[in-house]
Design a protein around this ligand. Structure first.
Ligand code: NAD
Length: 506
């Protein structure tokens, strides 16, 4: 099979195809869209659009592989073997994959190489092991019956993923779905189709049975919608924006499909006046500006206790001003270009909106150096003179733009932090453990990090309160998404139930 994806520096990519039934193939219509490189604003390659007919073909292959194929019937150890093989093959090509991911997404290579790709590989290895923990339960009912509770795969899983962590998110959902015995149809973001397409090459090399994983390409309309609405899809795992999540939920409801939603956030980073200042600054910078600020858990509302506010804001401005903006492929780059021209415009509009709402640009702003103007670059920006009801403090900007807001005491910090439609994560900085735990308990969010940045442990649940999502991923929580639970009851003693209609029997 000829490779459809390469990291050729001269952009001599072939048109990227869909991956269906174990091989790359053209779409029915042969229509394409252009994938742009954020650093240059130039076309990177063309990608075939999977329309409703292509999606139907991919789903029917996944269906056949589930209903008639060997995948669900394999032991978890056998499925784990495939996951580990995928991880090995990815590891062998990790340099190439990292370059491709950075070029396609604009994410600085330091984060892609140091985080996204190792994490994607680790997801396959982790869920290979998690397979060993796919256990059932027994509920003895006195001496009469045993209830056996066992997990089974659901069937065909639709995995819809965003552009800000393409392979890291896809690998998590895919590995969990596969180890449980499901087959999948994956739809990566149309903004970052390349590393998921390359995954097709890895799957061929891993000799994964045909149809177990299929990859369709295209935007929400037509590709994503066709996938969500396809009647043979049994479970949907969607990671993306809140508004899209609402549409996906409405469509999934028509088929009463099982649904997991990992959506956006507007996380509070609460810094009490007794915080370890240097560490709090380091963490604030990392949680806000790593990955261009295009992170669902970004600590984009920086809340600082009033007695520390001026000093913290000054030191933060200096650190932000020192950030190295540049080409994502250069190792020292800390801030790369945003994903698209449209997103750049949206982020710039938020900065303008902030100013119109009365905020003050403490550093940054929406102009970049002239040598960066071809790409989708924005300056890392800090907005002060902000109150929490402003739109810039309420909405997910999803770029390197943070607001800084003072608070008096614990109650005010909690009230500001909770005054938001999202509830994904929060950060707390204080040396007072009791204060930290009391604050953490009252925050309406899925993950709280105390005196540390966001540390992802694959075993623990990750997900959001409120409009940040539905369900949790990680360890057993991912298994919950991708399995049905069946109860089987059997007697352990002779019949003990009433014999209806048996009156008069001998
Ligand atoms: P998006 O909602 O625009 O798109 C996400 C995916 O959904 C893409 O593949 C897109 O093509 C597809 N899609 C769009 N419309 C669809 C429809 N009607 N039906 C089916 N699929 C459709 O999000 P994005 O801009 O790609 O990603 C950024 C968002 O993702 C941010 O809000 C971020 O917070 C969120 N995110 C959340 C997590 C998490 O774990 N909570 C992780 C990463 C990103």
């Amino acid at each position: 099979m000829k490779s459809s994806v390469s990291t050729a520096p001269d952009n001599s990519y072939e048109t990227v195809k869909q991956f269906i039934d174990g091989g790359f193939c053209e779409s029915d219509s042969k229509a394409t869209f252009t994938d742009f490189e954020p650093a240059s604003g130039k076309p990177l390659c063309d990608v075939m659009i999977s329309d409703a007919r292509d999606v139907a073909r991919a789903v029917s292959c996944a269906r056949r592989a589930f209903d008639e194929g060997e995948w669900a019937a394999l032991s978890t150890a056998e499925r784990a073997y495939y996951l580990n093989t995928i991880a090995d093959l990815m590891e062998a090509r990790s340099e190439e994959i990292a370059v491709l991911e950075a070029r396609d997404s604009g994410l600085p290579i330091r984060f892609v190489k140091g985080g996204h790709i190792p994490r994607a590989i680790a997801h396959f290895r982790y869920f290979a092991e998690e397979g060993q923990r796919l256990i059932g339960e027994v509920y003895p009912l006195e001496d009469a019956y045993l209830n056996l509770v066992m997990r089974e795969p659901i069937g065909v899983a639709a995995l819809i993923t965003p552009w800000n962590a393409p392979l890291a998110v896809t690998s998590m959902q895919m590995a969990a779905a596969l180890i449980c015995g499901n087959t999948c149809v994956i739809k990566p973001s149309e903004q970052t189709p390349l590393t998921t397409a390359l995954l097709g090459e890895i799957l061929i090399a891993a000799e994964l049975p045909a149809g177990v994983v299929n990859i369709v390409q295209g935007a929400g309309n037509p590709t994503g919608q066709a996938l969500v609405n396809h009647p043979e899809v049994d479970v949907i795992s969607f990671t993306g924006g809140m508004t899209t999540g609402q549409k996906v939920m409405a469509d999934a409801a028509k088929g009463l499909k099982k649904l997991a939603l990992e959506l956006g956030g507007k996380s509070a980073n609460i810094i009490f006046s007794d915080a370890e200042l240097e560490e709090a600054l380091d963490s604030t910078m990392l949680c806000m500006f790593a990955n261009n600020g295009e992170v669902c858990t970004a600590g984009s509302r920086i809340l600082v206790q009033r007695s520390l506010f001026d000093e913290f804001a000054d030191r933060l401005k200096t650190r932000i001003g020192n950030l190295k903006i540049g080409n994502p492929l250069e190792g020292e780059t800390e801030i790369g270009p945003l994903i698209s021209r449209q997103h750049l415009q949206r982020v710039n509009e938020f900065i303008d909106l902030g100013v119109a709402e009365g905020a003050e640009i403490l550093c940054g702003g929406n102009n970049v150096a002239s040598d960066l103007q071809e790409g989708y670059y924005v300056q890392p920006t800090l907005l002060g003179n902000v109150h929490n009801r402003m739109q810039i403090a309420q909405e997910e900007i999803f770029g390197p733009v943070a607001v800084i807001i003072p608070f008096e005491d614990e109650d005010e910090a909690i009230s500001i932090a909770n005054d938001n439609q999202f509830g994904l994560s929060a950060y707390i900085w204080t040396k007072d453990t009791k204060l930290a735990l009391q604050t953490a308990r009252q925050l309406r969010v899925g993950t709280v990090s105390i005196n540390c940045p966001m540390i992802r442990d694959f075993r623990v649940p990750f997900g959001g309160y409120k409009k940040s999502g539905l369900g949790r991923t990680g360890g057993q929580y991912s298994i919950d998404i991708f399995t049905e639970i069946k109860t089987t009851c059997l007697p352990v003693n002779p019949y003990q139930f009433p014999r209806l209609g048996a009156i008069g029997d001998a």
